[in-house]
Write a protein that binds this ligand. Structure first.
Ligand code: SF4
Length: 91
């Protein structure tokens, strides 16, 4: 896949207000937010460019600017992925 992966993003077909609500839901454990996160992750699972999306966000986001669900992972989950990557580079 080239850098135009965004053209194939499954979330691009989602209504913008809905996308904002589910892909950027607060990661607190309320039932409502858990449902939103589940809905976003379900879209990511069917997305043909999930791997490209995750690679891109992992390469460009910073610890201060980590928001939303990208590549099927919440910001908190990506924080853990970044930690794992750092550990692997150190080891
Ligand atoms: S993986 Fe998820 S966030 Fe990334 S482009 Fe696909 S649907 Fe959108």
């Amino acid at each position: 896949m080239t850098q135009d992966w965004w053209n194939y993003a499954a979330c691009a077909d989602v209504d913008p207000n809905t996308a904002l609500s589910i892909f950027f839901a607060d990661e607190n454990k309320s039932a409502e937010n858990m449902q939103k996160i589940y809905a976003a992750k379900t879209i990511c699972k069917s997305c043909p460019v999930q791997e490209d999306c995750l690679k891109d966000v992992m390469a460009h986001e910073t610890s201060e600017g980590r928001y939303g669900i990208w590549g099927g992972y919440t910001a908190k989950e990506r924080r853990a992925l970044h930690r794992d990557q750092k550990r692997r580079h150190v080891a």
